[in-house]
Write a protein that binds this ligand. Structure first.
Ligand code: ZN
Ligand code: ZN
Length: 570
């Protein structure tokens, strides 16, 4: 069992303890242990009970719990809670914005045992009347439930890609199946995937279907399937799968038809025909050949949204999309100085090993106390260590950055002389996420105006499938970044992908550069760069407009120039 699964169980157990009114001291101990275990590098499953007890924040009882989880798959306490708690209540525990204490009141006072019942009660106004709830909380519950319903069984892109790889591996071994390729939203690299769609080449669809049904774990939904598609699930995965059959001869044609968005396919081009009609009437062997035949430059699959790509392709104005090789450094990363898992040296060494020229270290700032944010003394300590490492790792360079919290009024959370000590600053919102659009936008505008702000971090704070971002006026924010020479982050964490790709094109038009930042909290986090890259490409991002495609000397120049503006304006 991996650490993540163990920690997930511990978190659930802590929530259930709260739900069942356990001693608050004990609960705090549990949460504290979880916080520390998140950063532990050794495999918990390999440790003895005694070794577990030696870990920071882990006492005898938690060590026993972990040991039980590893040995039996679940702790005895958790099993007992499962017995005494309705399944629906356990599911409600991971709803955002409403804690175990409130869920307990709903359960005990209103007899609610499922999300469905809770929604009914909230819609009828019963929840607002409970002590400690009120109209506002009731509304929040309704929204959270609707959000959860709307997102059930969906995956963010990175997870969908993994599932697709498993499927392709299984299918590629079959006798009656030829090429298999992602199609639909998956091929367009949409940030959230509802159905994992693959195009499957076969001469005989019935035989192919039979063979698929014989595969272990493939469960067909016969009703939803049809003569040219297999719909169903793969064991343990809740996301629907759609395998679309195509003869090998029509594979390219079908790929165009199934991977283009509705808007793309419905756009009228040459001879007053839509792309959909032209795909069905033109002769071509490849996708490149098709676009050429209708007088357009080749449009990459991720751009086929009916957004700006067709006009651009007509006028030979399609952007040359940024590639992985264009990226020269990795900005916005965390180390053990704040809430990261690996040390500064480990993060730097690995970044260099991956072939990058520089690393931007941006641990959390002092207001982020929950993430062990850096006070002024520890900043000095970190800067000293960076200087030493830079000597050792040259010509590779670590830039001294910080992810400075944007306070409720848009101020950054250090005094100017401290801000001055950094090479660059990523300014991000981490608290009071429930502002309305006007307030949230004003807050960002103020942070953008701060002359020390180099990059605006994850602009909306969204967590895909988990939490909507705070509402902002994207145009106003982007325009302000253009005016104040601030770069906007595309946070590459698969849960964020924020700035959203739909705003990348507008940002570029305003001359705002974008920085693809993994926000890595461990060495492996660097590999998320890929998903930020896909987000950028989907919005039409070029290497020229990608901030971290700048080579070391150039980005250093940018940092120095930006800081010199502070003095010039003082
Ligand atoms: Zn952040
Ligand atoms: Zn961060």
């Amino acid at each position: 069992m991996d650490n993540r699964s163990i920690i997930k169980q511990l978190k659930l157990q802590a929530a259930l303890m709260e739900l069942h009114d356990e001693n608050s001291f004990k609960i705090r101990g549990f949460n504290n242990a979880v916080f520390n275990l998140d950063k532990v590098e050794v495999e918990l499953a390999t440790l003895s009970q005694q070794e577990l007890e030696g870990l920071e924040g882990v006492g005898k009882s938690i060590a026993t719990t972990i040991y039980e989880i590893v040995q039996k798959g679940a702790s005895q306490a958790l099993e007992d809670y499962f017995e005494s708690t309705p399944q629906g209540i356990i599911e409600l525990l991971d709803m955002k914005g409403i804690g175990p204490k409130k869920i307990k009141v709903l359960w005990k006072e209103l007899g609610i045992e499922s999300g469905h019942e809770l929604k009914e009660a909230a819609n009828s106004g019963l929840v607002a009347n409970l002590k400690g709830f009120g109209e506002k909380t009731q509304q929040k519950i309704i929204e959270a439930l609707e959000f959860k319903e709307a997102n059930a069984n969906k995956l963010h892109y990175a997870e969908a890609e993994l599932l697709a790889e498993v499927l392709m591996e299984e299918l590629s071994g079959l006798k009656n199946i030829g090429d298999v390729a992602p199609t639909g939203a998956l091929r367009r690299k949409m940030e959230v995937i509802e159905v994992v769609e693959l195009l499957v080449a076969a001469d005989d669809f019935d035989k192919a279907e039979e063979e698929i049904n014989a595969l272990e774990g493939f469960e067909q939904d016969v009703k939803a399937s049809g003569p040219i598609k297999w719909v169903g699930l793969l064991a343990e995965h809740a996301t629907p799968i759609c395998l679309i059959f195509s003869t090998p001869e029509k594979f390219v044609q079908n790929q165009l038809l199934y991977s283009g968005s509705v808007a793309h396919l419905a756009t009228t081009v040459a001879e007053k025909q839509t792309i959909r009609e032209l795909v069905q009437t033109k002769e071509f062997d490849t996708e490149e050949g098709f676009y050429k035949a209708i007088g357009l430059d080749y449009i990459a699959p991720e751009l086929r949204e009916g957004f700006f790509e067709i006009e651009a392709a007509k006028n030979q104005k399609l952007p040359k999309l940024v590639e992985m090789e264009d990226l020269k450094g990795i900005l916005h990363n965390h180390s053990t100085y704040s809430d990261g898992k690996h040390s500064l040296e480990q993060m730097a060494t690995y970044c260099k090993e991956l072939g990058y020229e520089y690393l931007g270290m941006c641990d959390h700032s002092k207001s982020a106390f929950y993430a062990n944010g850096l006070d002024e003394d520890r900043i000095i300590k970190q800067h000293k260590e960076i200087d030493e490492l830079n000597e050792k790792l040259a010509p590779f360079k670590i830039f001294k950055g910080i992810e400075s919290d944007i306070l409720y009024d848009g101020q950054l959370d250090y005094a100017d002389d401290v801000l001055e000590s950094f090479d660059f600053i990523v300014a991000s919102v981490h608290s009071q996420l429930n502002m309305n659009e006007k307030k949230a936008t004003e807050r960002l505008l103020a942070a953008i105006e701060n002359p020390y702000t180099t990059i605006l971090g994850h602009p909306t704070g969204r967590l895909l499938l988990r939490r909507e971002g705070y509402p902002i006026d994207h145009k106003a924010v982007i325009d302000h970044c253009a005016k104040h020479n601030v770069v906007i982050e595309i946070n590459a964490n698969p849960w964020r992908l924020d700035l959203d790709w739909r705003w990348v094109h507008y940002a570029i038009e305003q001359g705002v550069q974008l920085s693809i930042n993994p926000d890595a909290h461990e060495m492996d986090g660097y590999h998320h760069m890929k998903f930020g890259l896909l987000t950028g490409r989907k919005g039409g991002l070029t290497a020229e407009m990608t901030f971290n495609a700048l080579p070391l000397a150039e980005i250093e120049k940018h940092f120095v120039q930006k800081k010199s503006q502070v003095k010039a304006n003082a």
